[in-house]
Write a protein that binds this ligand. Structure first.
Ligand SMILES: *Cc1c(COP(=O)(O)O)cnc(C)c1O
Length: 395
C-alpha cells in the first residue's frame, strides 16, 4: 500500500519476530570503503583527511561558511554555549520538550536553564512567550538570558523570528539545536534557510538514530571564522599550535575521530535520498491516518520538516498509553514523545515559562517507526495496528 520510491538497499538480518525499529541507521553507501581506507592508511584517530573532508562537505551541503566536527551532538552544544559567551550563573533559555542533552549542555557550560514551554503549531519553544518574559525582565532591570538554545524537535523547524528579535533588541545569542532536524528548512524573512544556519551557531548530532550517523558525532556550524576557530580550539584540549603540551584554556577532548568522520562522510553522500525517503514515509502516514482519531504532526506553510521521527497525538494520555502498549506488543518499536525537562528529576526546580503545552504533548504523543529503510509492508503493519486500536475520526 505504501507508495514512494524504493529506499536505499540496507543489509539487514531478519529477526524471528521481525521487530520494526523506530529509527535505525542505513549504511548502504561508501561506509565500508572509507573505513577500509582509514585502516590502510593508519589514520584512525582525531587527525586524518576524513575529518576535514566531512567538515568541508557538510558546510557546503548545509550552506554555512564553517563547520567543526565534534564527538557528539551534546559536545557540539556544550562548545557552542561556551563560545557564545555563557559564563557560570548565566541564564540560558531552552525548550523544555526536547531530548535531555539540550538542557544538560547548558549546565555543563555553567549556565542556568530557563525552560520554555512549547507552542502548539510546531511543538517547539514558544518564542513569543519567551519574548514577553525577557521584555518584562528588561523593564525591571533583572538579569536576562545570555543565550537562547532553540531546539527544532522531531525534524520540524521552530518559529525563529521571536528569537531573532531577542537577539536584535537584547543582544541574546541564538544557538540552534538542530540535532533532530538536519535538512529541515524554514522561510526566514522571505528567504528559505536550512535550520542550523539561521542563529549565531548551529549544532547537529550524528548519533545512530539521527538523520545521518557517524556512529556517534556532532557538528558545529557558524558564519563567524573567529567562532569556528574558538570552537575547534576548545574541542581539541585548547592545544596551542606548534607548541607541544601547551594549552591556553581549559579545553575538551571533543574532536571527531577520522573513523567516525569516514562513516559520517559516506552518510552525508546519501543524505538527499534519506530525506526523500523520510518525507515519503511521513506522507504515507499522513494519508493513512487521516481517517482515524489522531492528530498528525505539525505541518506549516512556512517550513519543511526533515520528518526525522513521525509523531502523532492521541485524544488522551490513556489512549496514547494503550496504543503504545499494543504497538510494542506487536513488535513495533514506537515510543512516547520526549518527556518535558520540567518534570525530569534534575530540573524540577528549574525556572519555567509555562509548562502545560509541553506536558500535554508529551502525555499524548507517540513516535512511530521512521527508519530510512522502513519497508512499505512494515509501514502497512504499523498503520493497520493503529487502525485496529484507534477509533475512526469524528467529524
Ligand atoms: C540527539 C540529541 C542531542 C544530543 O546528540 P548526541 O549526539 O546524542 O550527543 C541533542 N539535542 C537533541 C534535540 C537531540 O535529539
Amino acid at each position: 500500500m505504501a507508495a514512494g520510491p524504493p529506499g536505499p538497499r540496507c543489509r539487514r538480518v531478519p529477526t524471528l519476530t521481525d521487530r520494526i525499529p523506530l529509527s535505525e541507521p542505513c549504511l548502504a553507501g561508501n561506509e565500508g570503503r572509507y573505513l577500509q581506507e582509514c585502516i590502510e592508511t593508519g589514520y584512525v584517530s582525531s587527525v586524518g583527511p576524513f575529518v576535514e573532508r566531512f567538515e568541508r562537505e557538510f558546510a557546503a551541503w548545509i550552506g554555512a561558511p564553517h563547520a567543526v566536527a565534534v564527538s557528539s551532538g551534546t559536545a557540539a552544544l556544550h562548545i557552542a554555549l561556551l563560545v557564545a559567551g555563557v559564563k557560570p550563573g548565566d541564564l540560558v533559555a531552552v525548550s523544555m520538550l526536547t531530548f535531555i542533552a539540550s538542557v544538560n549542555a547548558v549546565v555543563y557550560a555553567g549556565g542556568v536553564p530557563v525552560l520554555v514551554d512549547s507552542e502548539t503549531e510546531t511543538w517547539n519553544a514558544d518564542g513569543a512567550r519567551l519574548y514577553d518574559w525577557v521584555a518584562s525582565r528588561a523593564r525591571k532591570g533583572a538579569p536576562l538570558p545570555v543565550a537562547v538554545e532553540a531546539v527544532h524537535v522531531l525534524g520540524h523547524p521552530a518559529q525563529l523570528e521571536p528569537f531573532l528579535a531577542l537577539r536584535e533588541e537584547f543582544g541574546i545569542m541564538l544557538i540552534e539545536d538542530a540535532a533532530e532536524s538536519l535538512g529541515a528548512e524554514a522561510d526566514i524573512s522571505g528567504r528559505c534557510r536550512k535550520v542550523g544556519t539561521v542563529g549565531n551557531i548551529g549544532c547537529f548530532s550524528f548519533n545512530g538514530n539521527k538523520v545521518i550517523t557517524s556512529g556517534g558525532g556532532g557538528m558545529i556550524v557558524c558564519d563567524d571564522p573567529e567562532v569556528a576557530h574558538r570552537a575547534r580550539h576548545l574541542s581539541t584540549q585548547a592545544k596551542m599550535p606548534g607548541r607541544a603540551y601547551q594549552h591556553d584554556a581549559i579545553g575538551f577532548n571533543y574532536r571527531l575521530t577520522n573513523i567516525a568522520a569516514a562513516v559520517g562522510l559516506a552518510q552525508l553522500e546519501q543524505l538527499d535520498g534519506f530525506l526523500e525517503k523520510k518525507r515519503n514515509i511521513a506522507l504515507q502516514y499522513d494519508e493513512s491516518l487521516e481517517t482515524v482519531a489522531v492528530e498528525l504532526p505539525p505541518r506549516v506553510h512556512w517550513a519543511r520538516s526533515s520528518s526525522w521521527l513521525y509523531s502523532i497525538l492521541l485524544e488522551s494520555p490513556e489512549r496514547a498509553r494503550s496504543l503504545l502498549g499494543a504497538l510494542n506488543e506487536a513488535s513495533i518499536d514506537a515510543r512516547p514523545l520526549w518527556i518535558s525537562a520540567a518534570s525530569q528529576k534534575p530540573y524540577r526546580r528549574a525556572e519555567t515559562i509555562g509548562f502545560e503545552v509541553a506536558a500535554d504533548l508529551s502525555a499524548r504523543g507517540i513516535s512511530l517507526p521512521s527508519s530510512v529503510a522502513l519497508r512499505s509492508t512494515q509501514q502497512d503493519r504499523v498503520i493497520e495496528q493503529i487502525r485496529t486500536c484507534v477509533s475512526a475520526r469524528r467529524h
